[in-house]
Design a protein around this ligand. Structure first.
Ligand code: SF4
Length: 337
C-alpha cells in the first residue's frame, strides 16, 4: 500500500502523473523540487523502504536507453538495449539485483514518457535486429494497474512496426487482464514470463504469482496472438532437490503443450555483479543464495563453469525432449555471444 507520493513540481501536470495519482486517492501528496532529492537521500534503509513503499514521480533529464549488459541474454538479437523509466519493484525476490544497485527502496516512475519514446526511436534507427527490454529495473507488467506502461509500449510497438525490433516486457505476474490492454498486431511486442521451480518461487519470490498463474497468463497471451517467451533465468540451483524442482517446471510446460509455440526460452544460472553480491551478503546474512559458491569472472559473480554447464545442459535437454522447445529457440547464458 502506497501511503505517500512524492511528486516533482515539473511533473505535476503531466497526464502520466494525473492518471497515476488518481489511482491512489488515500495517499498523501508531497511536492518536491527534484526526484533525486528523495531517491538519493543519504542513510536510507533499502530493506525497510521495500516494506513501507512510497512512490516518487519525477522527470528524467538523463538517458532512458542504455546498452544491455553482457550478463543478460538477448535471444539472438544483434543489438540489445534496455530502457529504464521506472525503478524498483514490488516482487521482493531474495536474489534481486536491485537491492545491490538502488540507493532507495521506493518506487520511482518517470512521467516524461514522450522523451523516452523519442530516444528509443533514435536508437532503433540503426536498423539492426534489436531487442529493447523495457522492464529490467521494475516489473512494469505487475504494476500496470497503477502506471499503465504496458499499453504505452504496445502503442509504441504498433507505431514502429519494424521487423527488426522486439520490445520485451518481462514479468513474474500472472494477471491476465493486463494482456488485454495490449495489442499484438505489430508482432513487435513480446511478453516474457520469468519462471522457476515451484519450490524456488515459494521460497525466494514471495510477492510474485505462483507458477500456474504465470503459465496460464503465458498461454492466454499466446492465444491472443502475442509472441511469448519464457525465462528460466536465473536458475537457482540450490539444495539437493533443485533438479527435481526444475523437472516439475519443465513437465508443467510440457503438460500444457506450449513448448513449440514459444518464441524463445532463455536459460541461465544465477549471476550478479560482484559488487552487488557484497551488498546482498551484508543485507541478507541468512540468504542461501547470497552465500552460495560463485566464481568471479569479469566483475560478475556466477556459477563455476562446470556447474553452469550442468545446470543449462540438464534443464535444456528436458525442455527439448519433454517440453518440445526447438533447439534454435533455446538460448543458454554463456553460449550465445
Ligand atoms: S520480479 Fe524481478 S525486478 Fe522484481 S523483485 Fe523479483 S527479480 Fe527483482
Amino acid at each position: 500500500m502506497i501511503d505517500i507520493v512524492y511528486i516533482e513540481k515539473e511533473a505535476l501536470n503531466l497526464p502520466f502523473t494525473e492518471n497515476t495519482v488518481k489511482k491512489l486517492p488515500g495517499a498523501a501528496k508531497v511536492l518536491i523540487d527534484r526526484w533525486e532529492d528523495v531517491f538519493y537521500r543519504k542513510k536510507q534503509d533499502y530493506g525497510l523502504q521495500k516494506k513501507n513503499r512510497k512512490l516518487i514521480i519525477g522527470i528524467n533529464r538523463g538517458s532512458f536507453v542504455m546498452e544491455g549488459s553482457e550478463n543478460c541474454q538477448s535471444a539472438g538479437a544483434e543489438d540489445f538495449y534496455y530502457c529504464s523509466f521506472a525503478k524498483n519493484c514490488i516482487g521482493g525476490c531474495d536474489y534481486c539485483y536491485l537491492q545491490g544497485m538502488m540507493r532507495s527502496g521506493y518506487l520511482l516512475a518517470f512521467a516524461n514518457m514522450d522523451d523516452c519514446f523519442a530516444e528509443a526511436e533514435k536508437v532503433l534507427d540503426k536498423g539492426k535486429k534489436t531487442l529493447l527490454a523495457v522492464s529490467y529495473d521494475n516489473d512494469i507488467y505487475a504494476l500496470d494497474g497503477l502506471f499503465g506502461y504496458v499499453k504505452m509500449w504496445s502503442d509504441f510497438a504498433n507505431r514502429e512496426r519494424r521487423e527488426n525490433l522486439t520490445v520485451e516486457v518481462r514479468t513474474k505476474c500472472g494477471t491476465k487482464a493486463f494482456i488485454d490492454r495490449a495489442d499484438s498486431a505489430s508482432g513487435t511486442l513480446v511478453f516474457t514470463w520469468s519462471v522457476s521451480s515451484p519450490e524456488n518461487i515459494k521460497r525466494f519470490e514471495p510477492c510474485t504469482s505462483p507458477l500456474a498463474a504465470r503459465l496460464d497468463a503465458a498461454e492466454y497471451a499466446l492465444d491472443k496472438g502475442f509472441r511469448v517467451r519464457l525465462a528460466l533465468d536465473p536458475v537457482i540451483a540450490i539444495g539437493k532437490g533443485w533438479k527435481e524442482g526444475y523437472e516439475k517446471l519443465c513437465d508443467e510446460i510440457a503438460g500444457r503443450g506450449i513448448g513449440g509455440r514459444l518464441d524463445a526460452v532463455m536459460l541461465g544460472g544465477f549471476r550478479i555483479p560482484a559488487d552487488y553480491l557484497k551488498i546482498m551478503r551484508r543485507n541478507a546474512p541468512e540468504s542461501p543464495i547470497a552465500f552460495d559458491s560463485y566464481e568471479i569472472k569479469g566483475g560478475t559473480a556466477c556459477y563455476p563453469e562446470e556447474k553452469e554447464a550442468q545446470v543449462t545442459g540438464f534443464i535444456g535437454s528436458i525442455l527439448k525432449d519433454r517440453a518440445g522447445v526447438p533447439q534454435e529457440r533455446l538460448f543458454m547464458y554463456g553460449r550465445e555471444r
